[in-house]
Ligand binder design. Structure first.
Ligand code: DX5
Ligand code: ZN
Length: 223
């Protein structure tokens, strides 16, 4: 694949983890009007990660108001138990954590059978090479650029190397997977991430803490 092609797809997936939950409908309507491509929905169970975010009722509210695809990131143990429910709740994409899936190949097949885009996230300590024998099955590889669990953390610089590793693996295996980055994304790293071969940037605090969230989404997208 040429350099041009691999950097062609540049999407922004703002994370509603940093939204104002008292005004969730308003914030989702802002995302609808913005240049956001997807809406990132972070599900945390207090077990896989040391934090609990929200579950089905909030995902359903997001679905009710969003005009854009819901990019659901499951930071939970035993995700297989809930794949169908999140698909029914309106997910367009379901991303599971590699570290939570002993039978990842089966999990990915179930996600695809549910009609969702299948994604696998890897934590900062997990090398991209662990995806070698699943990469051709994936629609998305999510490289965590912080340890999952909280918004507003500092971006881990080793992520650039992992984006390059993921890009190499995808090309070597002729996979169609998009590369998504999640955690600490802001204007200091967005352009570099896209140049390194990332396709989708998740952004929570940088978007929702901005004086104009929709302007920040545009700036990130064209970084
Ligand atoms: C981190 C979550 C992220 C988070 C990103 O565990 O998976 O999606 O919302 O938030 P920021 O952009 O604030 O790092
Ligand atoms: Zn996430």
């Amino acid at each position: 694949m040429t350099n041009d092609k691999m950097t062609n797809t540049r999407l922004i997936s703002p994370s509603i983890l940093s939204a104002d939950f008292g005004n969730l409908q308003r914030d989702i309507e802002m995302l609808n009007q913005s240049e956001a491509d997807w809406i990132h929905v972070d599900i945390m169970d207090g077990q896989f990660v040391p934090n609990i975010s929200f579950g089905f009722p909030v995902a359903e509210v997001a679905k009710k108001h969003a005009t854009k695809p819901l990019d659901v990131h499951l930071m939970i143990v035993e995700p297989d138990r809930y794949l169908k429910r999140f698909a029914d709740a309106g997910a367009s994409g379901l991303t599971v954590q590699l570290e939570a899936c002993p039978n990842l190949h089966r999990t990915v097949q179930v996600i695809k059978e549910s009609g969702c885009r299948a994604g696998v996230a890897i934590n900062p300590h997990s090398p991209v090479s662990l995806l070698e024998d699943i990469i051709t099955e994936l629609d998305l590889v999510l490289v965590m650029s912080v340890n999952p669990g909280f918004g507003g953390q500092k971006f881990i610089e080793n992520t650039y190397k992992k984006v390059a590793d993921a890009r190499n693996l995808i090309e070597k295996r002729n996979s169609k997977a998009l590369i998504e980055i999640d955690g600490g994304v802001d204007m200091n790293n967005a352009g570099k991430l896209f140049s390194a071969g990332a396709n989708v940037l998740v952004a929570g605090s940088s978007v929702f803490a901005a004086s104009s969230p929709s302007q920040m989404i545009s700036s990130l997208k064209h970084a």
